[in-house]
Design a protein around this ligand. Sequence first.
Ligand code: GAR
Length: 196
Amino acid sequence: MLNVVVLISGGGSNLKALIDAAADPAYPARIVAVGADTDAAGLAHAEAAGIPTFVERPGEYPGRDAWGDAFAARIEEFEPGLVVSAGLMRILPAGFVRRFSPRLINTHPALLPLYPGAHAVRDALAAGATETGVTVHVIDEGVDTGPVLRRASVEIARGELEDDLHERIKQLERPLLVQTVREIAQGGIDLAAFRS
Ligand code: GAR
């Protein structure tokens, strides 16, 4: 059984998809804790499922590295085999990445390397793209630059609004993340191959 800590900042629909998948005893991973950098609405999904949560706010630390060290220490209490950033809207400090990568993955709402960063859906629309999607990748020390594990694409409708497109991306993203974690747990994806 793969023990997973999930990190969020927002509504946590991807987290909810993982929690729901892990409710099936046949799913090879379980969510042992959920961490956030703010009082994220999505923490309620964990609380409803009886999963421990923790919040570490960067503003309460003298700098990013100190916050990253504190966040990492909270995560390590749960001895995870995998850490999943599922809508954590924060760049993780290098020291944090070195502690967990390659057993540290992220889901991003674009076909990386296109549209990295915090506004991927908006950026795809602004670029006039006709296609975008979702990428699940290993986190390295860059911003959305780590090795790609799985991707899925979606066509952009003419005149589509950011929120509508993002929701359509998430409809692909949730099952893709659930499937990627399953493959990691079962060994079909060998994260050790990405050790730097
Ligand atoms: C997801 O689409 C995720 O890919 C994105 O935030 C959303 C969180 O949704 N992450 C990023 O943009 C990171 N750069 P959720 O809170 O409903 O799971």
